[in-house]
Design a protein around this ligand. Structure first.
Ligand code: ZN
Length: 246
């Protein structure tokens, strides 16, 4: 059942299942932030820093989706002021990652998006484009954290703070899109992030519970949709939000 808070984001919601975002990798720096060596291994099977990338996949194979995805990535660059590279990879388990390493001719790190995760999203009954854009917004938020030198997980037992901050900014992005286009199905972003939540409270890669992740998206959404907050302001409000969580 959609909660009242999720209903605030507008539109009918159906809860998707089958998604997971474990990010449980030894090579993860924290949450879905990974080292450039790990990024190379995911892309090529070789983590050597000197190995060539070889052929990398920049398209999904669906030209209509790729056109829309390019527009989404452009909007995210304009909103957050970062320009990461964007690559698809064949993941072990459905996932997306961000690294501050430069693997393409881009200025601000690289986002790796799993092809299995993408295929699941494209099969979603409602708002696949919005779900995709929300996950991209989460990864762009990590790129912005890198650029600003912000490590919210320093001294923490889990990755939760940094992950919920990225969720907050994904919600902020959803609010901006909703303001631009009232039919934008922002609610599916909160639902999808909730579905990525976990209960591995003592695991270093704990991202937050389903409720915590959905709530972080809703909080970020509200700052964009009702308070006309700038992205810079939202970044800092999001920091305060996660720092005050228990
Ligand atoms: Zn993340």
């Amino acid at each position: 059942m959609p909660t009242r808070r999720l209903t605030l984001l507008g539109g009918a919601i159906s809860v998707m299942s089958g998604f997971s975002c474990p990010c449980h990798s030894k090579e993860n720096l924290s949450g879905c932030s990974i080292s450039i060596q790990a990024a190379r291994r995911y892309l090529t099977g070789d983590s050597s820093t000197s190995s060539p990338l070889g052929s990398v996949v920049t398209r999904s194979g669906n030209s209509d989706f790729d056109f829309a995805a390019a527009q989404t990535l452009s909007k995210l660059t304009d909103l957050f002021g970062v320009l990461p590279g964007f690559l698809y990879f064949k993941e072990d388990s459905k996932n997306a990652f961000a690294t501050n390493g430069r693997l393409m001719n881009a200025t601000d790190g690289t986002i790796l998006f799993g092809r299995d995760l993408l295929f699941d999203i494209l099969a979603a009954a409602e708002g696949p484009d919005a779900i995709f854009s929300g996950i991209c917004a989460h990864e762009f938020a990590h790129i912005l954290q890198f650029k600003k030198g912000l490590d919210l997980n320093k001294g923490q037992a889990t990755a939760k703070r940094g992950e919920l901050h990225a969720d907050f900014l994904a919600g902020y992005f959803a609010g901006v899109r909703k303001s631009e286009r009232p039919s934008f199905p922002a609610a599916v972003i909160a639902v999808a992030h909730g579905n990525f939540g976990d209960f591995d409270f003592n695991h270093p890669q704990h991202h937050g519970t389903p409720a915590e992740r959905s709530e972080a998206v809703v909080q970020g959404f509200q700052f964009a949709s009702s308070r006309r907050t700038t992205a810079e302001e939202a970044f800092h409000i999001g920091v305060n939000y996660v720092m005050n969580l228990r």
